[in-house]
Design a protein around this ligand. Structure first.
Ligand SMILES: Cc1cc2nc3c(=O)[nH]c(=O)nc-3n(C[C@H](O)[C@H](O)[C@H](O)COP(=O)(O)OP(=O)(O)OC[C@H]3O[C@@H](n4cnc5c(N)ncnc54)[C@H](O)[C@@H]3O)c2cc1C
Length: 381
């Protein structure tokens, strides 16, 4: 079978691949998306669906997150993807965390965010204010989608509204535009973007290896509904020492030392808290971070214990029963939030290496596609 006539082939139907397909389709390009699975099954449907702005690394990544949030907002409306939750509440139990939150609010990243002191926090959000909570950082910028249903909807809409062709159950073996070799035979496209998630070995292994990537495995839980609507996604003190937008502030060092003394098992398992809510009331709660070149499939029970412990401490709630467990993996590379590599003029490799693809993928894709078609392929940008 000969499959031809495309301006762009995108390898990978995760959020990063779909984001590139959308950016190119908006420019009027004829796009084919190729994935070896029948539908997205990797990090992009295993995540929280939490499009996070506040806490992303200061500078370019924070700006990319703001842009991505805006694209999610308009795209979700067009596609009919429900926004399950909005905003973010970082509950705080330590004076050192208050200092970090205040320092954050004094940066440009604090725009639109506010500090809720103890009284105000307990008054506004009594259902999630633990008795020892000293306040909370509130951000209005976030939104949350249910990734496992949002991704298939986005793919279907790209096909129907933008004429994007999807080739599923089709591993790609090589990419040399205008020809890609796949399990279904050659596909012809003038340019290609490889968005392989954390598969570093199938396509361009030497190019990817130059970034010395590793993989990170995360434990995730779904808890039964607590019986009320959470006002917003919730994070906690541990997040202020983990997310670069806070953790890279000088003030975070003292907090880190206190957490190391008080919650060593949480830090050893890379645990911090994200708790988001689905339409049926159930909660997606996580997560842990274990790094390896080949993450083991065995999720340590200690990580789950730490996640549930932090949920209880941060919200004052007894965790509802666990109704689902899963692990997910993504790629990481020291000192890089994402990699855009150009093996040749008309080929890019796009990998988000900071566990933030749902929050920054659309922004990254817009940039990459503009660069590629604006300058290199001569398309009508
Ligand atoms: C548990 C977990 C929670 C997370 N939470 C969040 C969150 O709340 N917010 C956030 O912003 N980010 C979050 N992340 C990170 C985010 O999910 C990832 O950054 C993002 O999904 C990466 O998308 P991707 O498209 O690159 O990869 P993937 O979703 O892994 O997709 C890659 C695709 O490429 C395909 N593929 C690879 N090689 C080939 C080939 N040779 N031929 C054909 N197909 C190929 C694969 O089959 C796969 O479908 C989380 C990640 C995990 C694991």
């Amino acid at each position: 079978m000969r499959i031809s006539g495309f301006d762009l082939a995108v390898v990978g139907a995760g959020i990063v691949g779909l984001a590139h397909a959308l950016a190119a389709a908006k420019m009027g390009k004829r796009v084919v998306v190729i994935d070896r699975d029948p539908r997205a099954n990797g990090a992009s449907i295993r995540n929280f669906g939490f499009v996070t702005v506040t806490g992303q690394q200061r500078g370019e990544h924070w700006s990319l997150a703001r842009r991505t949030r805006d694209i999610w907002e308009s795209t979700a409306r067009e596609v009919g993807i429900p926004i399950e939750q909005r905003g973010l509440i970082v509950t705080v139990r330590r004076a050192e965390s208050v200092t970090v939150a205040e320092a954050f609010l004094n940066t440009e990243m604090g725009e639109g965010c506010q500090w809720l002191n103890r009284n105000r926090f307990h008054q506004l959000y009594p259902e999630i204010a633990a008795h020892d909570a000293v306040g909370a950082l509130f951000s209005p910028h976030e939104l949350r989608v249910e990734s496992r249903t949002a991704l298939p909807k986005l793919a279907l809409w790209l096909a129907e509204a933008h004429g994007v062709t999807f080739l599923t159950e089709t591993p790609v073996h090589s990419v040399v535009p205008p020809r890609l070799e796949t399990s279904r035979g050659p596909v012809e496209a003038q340019a290609a973007i490889v968005c392989p998630g954390d598969d570093f070995h199938t396509l361009f292994p030497e190019r990817i290896a130059a970034y010395r990537p590793r993989r990170c495995r995360l434990s995730m839980l779904r808890l039964a509904s607590p019986g009320f609507r959470m006002p917003a996604p919730v994070m906690s003190d541990l997040s202020l020492a983990r997310y670069a937008g806070y953790a890279e502030l000088l003030e975070a060092e003292t907090l880190r030392r206190r957490l190391a003394a008080e919650q060593p098992a949480h830090l050893a398992n890379g645990v911090h808290l994200i708790a988001v809510q689905s339409a049926d009331g159930s909660l997606v709660v996580g997560d842990s971070h274990h790094y390896d070149d080949l993450p083991q499939p065995f999720a340590p029970a200690e990580a789950e214990t730490c996640i549930l412990d932090e949920f209880a401490r941060a919200t004052g709630l007894s965790p509802p029963p666990v109704i689902e467990r899963w692990v997910g993996t993504y790629g990481v590379a020291d000192g890089r939030n994402y990699v855009i590599d150009a093996p040749s003029e008309n080929v890019r490799i796009a990998i988000v290496t900071s566990g933030t693809g749902a929050s920054t993928g659309f922004g990254i894709a817009e940039k990459t596609i503009a660069d590629m078609f604006g300058r290199k392929v001569g398309g009508a940008a």
